[in-house]
Design a protein around this ligand. Structure first.
Ligand code: G3H
Ligand code: ZN
Length: 291
């Protein structure tokens, strides 16, 4: 059982990630797009006593300025009975990362997956120096997790993680946790990804840095459970919750074609977001970590 710290928990969350590796559970990072869904995820986490990460991606940053996101997520953190980590997801612009660090995010992801290895290492090092100087943890990516729907852009190149490169990347950058590509694919609408557990194991032999799997909507339930004893400390989940919300909302419109009140229309979709988040966190062994 973990004791909830009284103050902001950075580097508490960094410690949690290491603990997750040693104590056989995996945290969930969920993409959020508004206070609505962020609140439901926190409620789901409180309901089962699980620490949780709320992740703001490029699309979300396009909706509200990063400083508004930082204040919103920190406000949720203050009111939560479980640790809630405010995380900036997939960012290539170091200027945006600096703003997020200064605005109060707990962790940031620098995404240099499309850069040549040397450049990825150099820029990630720069981000680590900047973020750690401000007490913020850093995730970065080695290899490149693909996109099932082309959302990475037409020139995006997916690549499985090379274990030796992962070891070198971890040693030379000082990242806190590291995203790897082992068959996971972003934005899948079905749970059909073929995870290469042997490759994951070979990566684990090269580094002690906790690992992250992106695109975890596409990972089968049975494979999610197989991740518990590995060095994976966090899985990123976005599409599963977007589908829970959007597909339920469509049903609400069909049932109530004349409805226009968002509180009425959003009630069921948000409940489904909460239930899906709770289901994933429970599957990942997070239930009861916070008493
Ligand atoms: O960084 C975000 C995640 O990798 C989300 O992936 O939408 O496929 O679950 P997903
Ligand atoms: Zn991702």
């Amino acid at each position: 059982m973990l004791t909830l710290p009284k103050n902001k928990f950075q580097p508490f969350f960094t410690d949690l990630m290491v603990k997750a590796v040693h104590e056989n559970h995996v945290f969930a990072g969920f993409n959020v797009f508004s206070l609505d869904d962020a609140y439901e995820i926190v409620k789901a986490a409180e309901q089962i006593g699980a620490p949780v990460m709320l992740m703001v991606n490029k699309l979300a940053v396009g909706l509200y300025p990063i400083e508004i996101w930082a204040d919103t997520l920190n406000m949720l953190t203050r009111h939560a009975s479980v640790p809630v980590c405010a995380h900036l997801d997939h960012t290539t612009d170091i200027g945006v990362i600096e703003r997020a660090c200064k605005a109060g995010f707990d962790s940031v992801m620098f995404d240099g997956s499309q850069l040549p290895l040397e450049e990825n290492i150099a820029q990630t090092r720069q981000v680590v120096a900047l973020a750690h100087g401000l007490g913020v943890a850093v995730e970065a990516e080695i290899g490149a997790v693909g996109y099932s729907d082309g959302a990475g852009g037409k020139d995006y190149k997916a690549a499985m993680t090379d274990p030796k490169e992962a070891g070198r990347f971890a040693r030379e950058t000082g990242v806190d946790w590291m995203a790897v590509s082992v068959g996971n694919v972003h934005r899948m609408e079905t749970q059909d990804a073929v995870i290469d557990f042997d490759l994951l194991c070979r990566i684990e032999r090269e580094t002690d840095v906790p690992l992250v799997l992106h695109g975890s909507t596409g990972i089968k339930d049975a494979d999610m459970e197989k991740l518990l004893p590995t060095h994976v400390c966090k899985v990123n989940i976005g599409t599963a919750l977007r589908m829970a919300f959007g597909n339920t909302l469509r049903g609400e419109f069909e049932k109530n074609p004349k409805a226009f009140d968002r509180t009425e229309l959003f009630a069921k979709p948000l409940q489904m977001v909460r239930e899906e988040a709770e289901k994933k966190m429970t599957m990942l062994g997070c239930k009861g970590l916070i008493g």
